[in-house]
Design a protein around this ligand. Sequence first.
Ligand code: ASP
Length: 350
Amino acid sequence: MASPQNNSVLLLYTGGTAGMVRNHDGVLVPFDFEQIESLLPELQRLPFQLSHWATEKPIDSSNLKTPLWNELAEVIEREYEKHIGFVILHGTDTMAFSATALSFLLKNLHKPVVFTGAQLPIGDIRTDAKENILTALEIAGAEAMGLPVVPEVCIYFDYSLFRGNRSIKQSSDRFEAFSSPNFPKLAEAGTHIRFHQDFFHRAVGSFSIQKSNFSNRVATLRLFPGMGENHVLPLTTSPHWDVVILRTYGSGNAPSEPEIMNALRQATNSGKVIVNITQCMSGRVVQDTYEVGRQLSEIGVVEGLDLTLEAALVKSMFILGRGPFDSGSFKKEFQTILAGEMTASSEFHH
Ligand code: ASP
């Protein structure tokens, strides 16, 4: 793990608002990395060397395609020994998905991979890009006794560092764009950066990447009062999905209506996997809390515990994309903690 390192951080640029410029209609479009470099002369003053890499074409992250996740993982694997840490400049819209994907692809990571971006372009007077980028770089370059301080994939935004696979984009217009409602912050930046080391996910074993084709044979269904089997059947009977993520009420509850329950039962009987994720902003699914949740356990629905929807989707896509689908082994792997993305029931105290 403690290999001889160059004093260097690698900045990977994929696009996003931070590097965008306004075109003649005032609409934001992605721009090259040179834009950022010229507007951020502080990059020359960092206490380590800065190298950079950029995608062929910067994108608005709403246009993200999943092969980019493997591409980023491959670059990090190739460059792993040469750098103390990595910063990925990325659009905020899908940043939580990408950070989650990287946390699974980069197995046994021992160095920082810090995603960041901005709500306002770097050329705007009130931009948040400068602070976000510079502090993310400082975090990626932070070492203690010759070892990187942060050993995992995270998101740095608005003075806070979050675990990537626990994060959600919570606001489309506040500078505080991210939060991790079910997990404490990993660090807070004020005049000093305070790392909360007790919360770090520390992997054991040597670093490698495990690629996935990130299958999209997964769908989501959000419950609401008044829905009927017409809403459920198109998903539960379709040959296109192996996994359906059900966004339930509260601690994992669904209406007992036979129409809906029968549709779900049929799906699990036919070999599909149904995962239970709460529609609440925070908290965990414990299906056996109420009668209306227990019925889901009885038909074989998998508890998604305190996973975010983003993490449940990416984890499903990751597992499905690594080999032929088999509901038994899918469930087993889904219920395994891969990179600190959920809290095991045994660790959870009421
Ligand atoms: N639409 C932009 C993106 O995700 C938003 C941002 O970067 O903040 O690329």
